[in-house]
Structure formats: structure tokens, C-alpha cells
Design a protein around this ligand. Sequence first.
Ligand code: GSH
Length: 200
Amino acid sequence: MKLYVSLTSPFARKVRVALEEKHLADRIETVLVDPWNDDGTLAAVNPLLQVPTLARDDGLAITNSDTIMNWLDRAYPEPGLWPQDPDARFRAEAVAALAQTVIEYAVFLVIESRRPESQRSAHMIERRRQGIVDTAAALNDGFHASQEQFDLDSIGVACALAYVDFRHPQLDWRSRAPKLDAWMKWALQRPSMKATAPPA
Ligand SMILES: N[C@@H](CCC(=O)N[C@@H](CS)C(=O)NCC(=O)O)C(=O)O
């Protein structure tokens, strides 16, 4: 089984953290690719040209970070990365969806900043920046961050906020999310987060 990643992709980082948490990192070959400058390696498994992509040994390529993590959690159930209780699980999935969209917003801001200034949308940039800060404030109350477990919702939130800090350090999500800020300090110390930090 091969996992196609780039070391700066926050979507790929979610999957890499999940693999570390499930003690599977050594059992899956990691293939480093650049989705923006592919030499054909990624195109051979994913016509969307996106990372992460997981290519199973039977030839099936799984795309999309959440789909990959859900498959991994089903294929390798121990330790499970979703709560057992159905309502708790749905709440965790709702948080994971918010975290995924925070990543999408932050990636949008990076892509937008690489376009010529005349082609950028100031309105959309402001809308996405505000969305990130407001979502962090909402998660400050709505996400019951545990320091005992690091489930898929926690992995999503940690990778999302770490990516915001990595690419948009000037974006102040902390002042309205002090509990989340304190939790992030703990989350970043987890071996799985340390092992997957983007290169400086
Ligand atoms: N929904 C996908 C998004 C994956 C994605 O956009 N990955 C970026 C890297 S951060 C990429 O490969 N971008 C290249 C492109 O979109 O052409 C997921 O959750 O895995």
C-alpha cells in the first residue's frame, strides 16, 4: 500500500497523523510528490492530481483525506479513531467537517495570494479570513477538546490550526479562542503531530 503525499499538505498531514496514532506509519510506503508539478507519478494513481492519495495493493486508489482516514479506521480498527457512541460520533464528524473547511479556506488564501494582485478577490479573501477566525471562536465552545484521546475530530482541528499558523501567521484566531489555544499547545506536543510537522 502506498500513500502519496507532500510534506506541506494539511490534508495529507491529517492522514499521516492518523497513521501514526494507529501505529501504521511503518506499514505503509510514503511516496513524496508535488501535486503542482507532477512528473506523472501522482497522475498514474489519481487523475485529480491531489494529495493525499492512498493506493491499495489491489489497485484501488482512495482519494480525499476523510475518505482515506475512514477506510483506514475500518480496515485497521484498533485503536479506533471515532467515538463508539453514535451521537458522540456524529458530533465528532461535525467538528471534523468544520476543520476540513478551515483547511480549504486556508489553502484558498494561499492559492489566491499566488495570483497576480489584479486577479485577486478582496471580498473572498476577507470572507475566508473571517470564516477561519469565526470558526476557531465557535470551536472554542463547541469542540470539547480532550487531552486523553486524539480522535479524527481532534486530528482535523490540530492539522487545520497548525496549517493556519504555518501559512497565515498574521491571522489572529487565538484572541477569541483561548481554550483552543491552550489545547493546541498540548496537541502540538503529541508524537504524531511532531513527526508530521512541515519542513521549516
Ligand atoms: N478534499 C481533498 C483536498 C486535497 C487537496 O486539495 N490537496 C492539495 C494539496 S494541499 C492538492 O493536492 N492540490 C493540488 C490541486 O488541487 O490541483 C482532501 O481532503 O484530501
